[in-house]
Design a protein around this ligand. Structure first.
Ligand SMILES: *Cc1c(COP(=O)(O)O)cnc(C)c1O
Length: 377
């Protein structure tokens, strides 16, 4: 169908854009020798998974459920890290995963026998205590962080059976930030690296954002793997889904309380959660800085603060032409960290999942409704 005929709300992934992200990530892998994994935490979108799993080297998973999903979608390598695995999950995690990363020596010791009896390659997540994350919400090296083992807590005598180290300290960051983190990591853990088979540089590399220094990333990886004789992994999530699609909604009503607010059939709270949490202001297609007609966009929920862009301090969008009830509105770049975080708060309908091919044809792949709400509540 054509985009204008789609039932809203819907996430629409543009295949050509996803492909070009994946091709760039594949180029990084080829030139640097690293393996590139898709972090499902940020980008799990069934209609796009055949493409992702065929071009990237594997998936990185936050626990058993994501690992099962990676297996179902045919990812070549499955890497699983969780801040803590439960006794219930660990056997299956070890059976499904190629790499399993523990977050503490307590977890490692608790599951060491099982781990040694499995075919998984085992690693430990360390906390290099350096990060340039924009906010503490997204800083794994913030004070009192529970994520990763600091050098101070590292038990250098318990490494029998450990093949690799993992760190994740970046969020939407440049190759220069990686360089800084890498130097701190080497300084603290460099001594044991020759005993390791692999090192995982985590995610947060904003590789597909224009201006990212891809050559520097490739150089850092090459130098590192040569110096220590280890295989390097990176596991971006956001960079996979970056600017590869949008959320389309319809205007259901327009209320005017000293300022016009469009009520849409989508929700910032339920469907664009990082606009509230990060926070940031998503672009709306067709907005015009000096447009004469200005609106706020609010979700069809009862949450007063469910206003797009309000938390980022700028909820007013301007346009050259008036908006009417029934119009469709497109919120740009809403594929990563959205679908994976959706809620059915207020019973608001979950947006459908659709794919747009290279000549603009849209195929709706998943639709949701009452059952999805009822099953979870
Ligand atoms: C979130 C996360 C990633 C992916 O991060 P992006 O910012 O989406 O690239 C990778 N690894 C770990 C351990 C993470 O927590």
């Amino acid at each position: 169908m054509k985009l204008q005929d789609i039932k809203t709300p819907a996430y629409v992934c543009q295949k050509s854009k996803l492909e070009s992200n994946l091709n760039l990530l594949h180029y990084v892998a080829k030139e640097s020798g690293a393996k590139v994994l898709c972090a499902l935490k940020g980008f799990a979108f069934s209609p796009g998974m055949p493409l992702v799993s065929s071009i990237l080297d594997g998936a990185t998973c936050s626990g058993l459920i994501e690992a099962k999903y990676a297996k179902e979608h045919g990812f070549k390598e499955i890497h699983t890290y969780s801040p803590a695995f439960s006794d219930d999950d660990i056997d299956e995690v070890l059976a499904i995963s190629h790499h399993v990363v523990f977050n503490s020596f307590t977890q490692w010791k608790r599951f060491a026998t099982k781990a040694k009896n499995s075919s998984a390659s085992i690693g430990l997540r360390v906390n290099p205590n350096v990060s340039a994350s924009p906010t503490d919400m997204y800083n794994p090296c913030a004070k009192y962080s529970r994520l990763g083992i600091t050098k101070q807590n590292f038990e250098f005598d318990f490494l029998d059976g450990i093949d690799g180290l993992h760190f994740h300290a970046l969020c939407e960051e440049s190759a220069w930030s990686l360089k800084i983190v890498l130097e701190a990591f080497e300084e603290q853990f460099g001594d044991i690296l020759p005993r390791m088979k692999w090192v995982n540089f985590g995610g947060g590399h904003h590789i597909t954002k224009s201006g990212y220094d891809v050559d520097l990333l490739i150089l850092l990886i090459k130098n590192f793997s040569q110096k220590y004789g280890v295989e390097v992994y990176i596991e971006p999530g956001e960079a996979v889904g970056w600017e590869c699609g949008f959320l389309i909604a319809s205007v259901l009503d327009i209320v005017d309380n000293e300022q016009k607010t469009c009520i849409i059939d989508a929700s910032a709270e339920c469907h664009m959660p990082d606009t509230i949490l990060m926070p940031y202001r998503p672009k709306i297609r067709g907005e015009s800085q000096n447009g004469k007609f200005s609106y706020r966009f609010g979700g069809a929920t009862c949450l007063a603060g469910d206003i797009v862009g309000a938390e980022a301090g700028d909820p007013i969008y301007s346009f050259d032409n008036p908006i009417n009830i029934g119009d469709k509105v497109i919120f740009e770049d809403q594929i990563h960290y959205t679908i994976v975080k959706n809620t059915t708060f207020n019973g608001v309908k979950l947006p459908s999942l659709a794919m747009m091919d290279n000549d603009g044809k849209v195929t709706v792949c998943r639709e949701f409704g009452y059952d999805d709400y009822a099953k979870r509540n």
